[in-house]
Design a protein around this ligand. Structure first.
Ligand SMILES: Cc1ncc(COP(=O)(O)O)c(C=O)c1O
Length: 380
């Protein structure tokens, strides 16, 4: 049986050509026409004035938080159900993440939980658009406005998802993206910050480029970082943007095939989609109910592995991980939905080259694994 990976990048368009063009031109570092083109196109697609390409999604987050002046002693509210980079970036600034639960009907940060977690030290909120679903940005922005907080969207997993018809990326003070190899739009390793504020843009650009004064070459008025992305990588990103409709269409076909194929199986719960959300088809994700399905999520992952099929558990909730258990135990916020998703969430192989036969094979293994007395719900 052929191995089915959990993700595989589709770089079958002009990616190679543009990367080769950048190499041949010798503009291989962090200046060049593909960087300018990518930043302009990406900002337009996100509905923002600016985009800044960064070396990855983590440096994009770190850059955004430094730009906002996050300091030791500050607190930032983040969902516990997210990738560790969201909270690590808070720590890089010397601040503390305050973990809150996600909502069962979006799997994204709960606005009610945010309200309960605000203290005098809270500076901002990171609304993570988890597995392609936008967070409830109006509710988050309203809370932020009342308490004088900033809002960063972590859109690493949700390129071009829409919230009430508006693209993610321009819905808060700033947004960050990842272009890692398993993301919808990729260049292997890469990231971006999108924003509208011209002063913040200048500050972020300086911080991204070692703190160099934009008007005086090699004069550094502040301590900055090297978080830049190369012209070669941006060439790949330009090619990905040319093909974004095709990439989305193919991924949606994969999503539809899974939903059709799995919809009769008891104990498999699909990702909820809020009425105001248009999700980005990142990784096809389900929640396993062990009582109904008859096996745990981890058992199912093992069974799939034996059939040469890779899959991915959801993230360990951040409040349970060693770097954060101490702060989280002081915070003591309820994590019911997060804990359930951490135990039962499963991501299935999702990529453009995944054939319908492979999806049938994956779903048939899942169907055969269901052993509960209730078993498989009969088709009506
Ligand atoms: C929600 C979230 N935030 C941030 C990141 C960090 O991005 P990168 O891996 O490009 O540093 C990722 C994932 O990779 C992510 O899933």
């Amino acid at each position: 049986m052929d191995a089915i990976p959990v993700a595989s990048a589709d770089v079958s368009g002009n990616e190679e050509r543009y990367a080769a063009e950048a190499i041949r031109s010798s503009w291989i570092s962090s200046t060049g026409p593909f960087i300018d083109r990518f930043e302009a196109e990406f900002a337009e697609l996100c509905g923002t004035r600016y985009a800044l390409a960064c070396s990855n999604g983590t440096t994009a987050l770190h850059l955004a938080l430094m730009g906002l002046g996050l300091r030791p002693g500050d607190e930032v509210i983040v969902p516990s159900m997210t990738y560790i980079a969201t909270a690590n970036a808070v720590r890089y600034c010397g601040a503390e993440p305050v973990f809150v639960d996600v909502d069962a009907d979006t799997w994204c940060i709960s606005p009610q939980a945010i309200e309960k977690a605000i203290t005098a030290r809270t500076r901002g909120i990171i609304g993570v658009h988890l597995v392609g679903h936008p967070a409830d940005m109006d509710a988050i922005n309203e809370i932020a406005a009342i308490h004088g907080l900033w809002v960063v969207e972590d859109a690493a997993e949700a390129h071009f998802a829409k919230y009430r018809g508006r693209s993610v990326g321009g819905l808060g003070t700033m947004a960050t993206f990842s272009f890692f190899g398993n993301k919808i739009i990729t260049c292997g390793e890469g990231g971006a910050v999108t924003l509208n504020d011209p002063q913040l843009y200048v500050r972020l650009k300086m911080l991204r480029g070692q703190g160099m004064d934009p008007r005086r070459r090699y004069y550094f008025p502040i301590t900055g970082y090297n978080f830049r992305l190369t012209n070669v990588a941006c060439g790949m990103l330009c090619a990905q943007l040319e093909r974004r409709e095709e990439i989305f269409q193919k991924r949606r076909q994969v999503f539809d095939a899974y939903t059709n194929n799995l919809s009769g199986i008891r104990g498999i719960h699909f990702q909820p989609v809020a009425s105001w959300a248009e999700t980005a088809p990142w990784m096809y994700s389900v929640q396993i109910s062990p009582e109904e399905f008859g096996r745990t999520r981890n058992e199912l992952i093992e069974i799939l592995k034996q059939e040469n099929i890779d899959s991915r558990p959801f993230f360990f909730p951040l409040h349970t991980l060693p770097p954060f258990t101490e702060v989280a135990s002081r915070q003591q916020h309820s994590m019911q939905v997060t804990d359930r998703l951490g135990d039962n969430g499963l991501m299935l192989p999702t990529y453009n080259a995944l054939s319908m036969e492979s999806i049938d094979r994956i779903c048939s293994v899942i169907r055969k694994s269901a052993t509960s007395k209730l078993g498989i719900r009969r088709a009506a």
